[in-house]
Design a protein around this ligand. Structure first.
Ligand SMILES: [Fe+2]
Length: 388
């Protein structure tokens, strides 16, 4: 048996107006300064006011949010005592809000102690969590994972528990309209990586598959348009839906080797998450290759790719992802991503260690050994297709 966990999803044009129908007296809005400056919090407050809900704002969430920021937020939430926590932002903001919510409702559990084995968290008694996505990538509005950084210890914590899933995910394309092209591309390719890894990892399942395969189709069709013209609201809406669907898909299956390699690179070179995992994606498809050939063929079929005789679906799909990356101005090798060769060589041992220790690696359909991982990194540096 297995579980499939999903929040209530409100999507499409004007989805934000769902806030005006919520019940409650006070809301604690978690966000960052950029979102405030874009005027998005005013829109949120306007809708909440229509429901008679007063709001206060915590706008101090930084990219890769720290435990320390979560603690600061928790102190304020406790003081304010809201019946709603409303996260407005990208993955960092939403993850920080999920962690704050746990500590607010369960003062006996610290955010860093969240793990899959705690049952009966009993969330929802004191407050509801509403997540409003302003990027189309992480799918964090619908997932039950939280990534936090312990700045004191210089380590990243990946925390997961089905019960921390938000109560409501609001997927309104208008909230993503202001995203600049670079972030649209970085986050969009993250969504594609979630969908493809969710569809092909060892924990894939029928429920996740349906969402993943549709998300893959939507990303190929609409991501280039959303990058080219941020005001193309049809493309924005489709990408916003795709990211949420891919989020639900991957979190109920898991992400795999492209995420393990991407996390590793990000920890050493601070490459943005989506850019890093998207760069590795075609190489991991080639590496996994025939072990998942039937699934690569299914994906190729879904996006209407021809697989000529003598070629594998893995090779054709990897090539098509690189073409998509080129179209949206993403690097397709570590060299192109601007990583200097000497720092890359110096970091090799750490890069390998990070991959080996990453939780996403265990569900990869083919797991590399140390020597293969080193070769894999060298190939990705040069932009050479994997042939081993
Ligand atoms: Fe990701």
């Amino acid at each position: 048996m297995w579980y499939f966990v999903v929040p209530e999803v409100v999507f499409g044009q004007d989805a934000l107006s769902h806030l005006a129908e919520l019940k409650g007296k006070t809301a604690f809005i978690v966000t960052d300064k950029n979102i405030v400056n874009l005027g998005l919090i005013d829109k949120v407050k306007e809708q909440l006011a229509q429901a008679g809900i007063q709001a206060t704002i915590f706008d101090e969430v930084e990219p890769d949010p720290s435990l320390q920021t979560v603690q600061k937020g928790v102190a304020l939430v406790n003081q304010y005592g809201p019946d709603l926590i409303v996260a407005v932002g990208g993955g960092s903001v939403m993850d920080a809000a999920k962690a704050m919510r746990v500590e607010y409702e369960r003062p006996d559990i610290k955010a860093e102690e969240i793990n899959p084995f705690i049952s009966d968290l009993g969330l929802g008694a004191k407050c509801k969590l509403v997540c409003i996505a302003t990027t189309s990538g992480t799918g964090a509005e619908a997932t039950f994972v939280v990534v936090l950084t312990d700045t004191a210890d210089q380590r990243k914590l990946s925390l997961i528990n089905r019960e921390i899933v938000p109560d409501i995910a609001i997927v309104d394309p208008e909230m993503a309209r202001a995203m600049p092209p670079q972030i649209t591309a970085d986050t969009g390719i993250d969504a594609l990586t979630h969908a493809i890894e969710g569809y092909t990892c060892a924990w894939k399942n029928d429920f996740a598959d349906g969402l993943c395969i549709r998300a893959i189709q939507l990303v190929f069709r609409y991501l280039p348009r959303a990058v080219r013209n941020g005001d193309d609201m049809e493309a924005r809406e489709k990408m916003h839906n795709a990211a949420c669907m891919a989020g639900i898909g991957f979190v109920n299956a898991l992400t795999a080797m492209a995420h393990a390699a991407g996390h590793s690179l990000g920890a050493v070179f601070h490459t943005p998450h989506g850019r890093a995992v998207g760069l590795f994606l075609p190489y991991t498809i080639e590496f996994i290759g025939e072990v998942r050939e039937e699934l690569w063929a299914e994906i190729a079929y879904a996006i209407k790719l021809e697989v000529p005789q003598g070629k594998t679906a893995a090779a054709i799909l990897a090539q098509t992802i690189r073409e998509l990356a080129r179209e949206i101005h993403q690097p397709v090798s570590l060299k192109e991503a601007g990583i200097p060769l000497d720092s890359f060589n110096k970091a090799m041992e750490r890069l390998i260690d990070n991959v080996m220790a990453d939780g996403s690696l265990i569900v990869s359909a083919r797991i590399p050994n140390v020597a293969e991982t080193e070769r894999f990194f060298n190939y990705t540096y040069e932009g050479k297709s994997i042939d081993f």
